[in-house]
Design a protein around this ligand. Sequence first.
Ligand code: AMP
Length: 198
Amino acid sequence: MAERRLQRVCVFCGSQAGTRPAYVQAAEALGELLAASGIGIVYGGGRVGLMGALAESALAVGGEVVGVIPRGLLEREVGHPRLTQLEVVDSMHQRKARMAELADGFIALPGGFGTLEELLEALTWCQLGIQAKPCGLLNVEGYFDGLKLQLERGVEDGLLRPLHASLLLIDTDVERLLERLETMPLPALRRWLAPAQT
Ligand code: AMP
């Protein structure tokens, strides 16, 4: 049984499409799945790359898609013109805060610096107890194998607590990932963790 019913999921993904067709296919599959499940999408508001593919696929089947974009990026004409709603904010920091506020869960697809930074910040906020929302990573064609290894190394070397590492769900199947996000019990993390907690 679902632990929580997600209303809106924030998706982080590449502003490039990447060279592998599987990346665009995954963005489209996620967009369609969220729309079909009645779950709204919050994302960076762009019409380019995987972001554009995600938004288009959800809009095409009547899904709700909310974009949050900093004025500078909008002015560079990469904002998507046909979203359910497009919120324009002043900075990248405001955008991340607003995306987090609007969503009750996060999913990252393949992407570059922007995607990694957004995902890791969402996880950091969960680790610190600033928010308690499920975070998932869709590992398309092993794109995130390196990140998985990095996190394992962090745990091994005592730089990342196992409890915190477990905040990130990693899956290769989009439907299973969504189901896991809705059923995973979220650890009760105290805000500003005391050293003794593991
Ligand atoms: P990257 O992974 O470096 O391509 O960056 C993608 C992430 O950064 C997205 O999740 C967006 O929130 C943000 N972003 C980067 N480029 C753009 C863009 N051209 N339009 C809108 N958002 C962008």
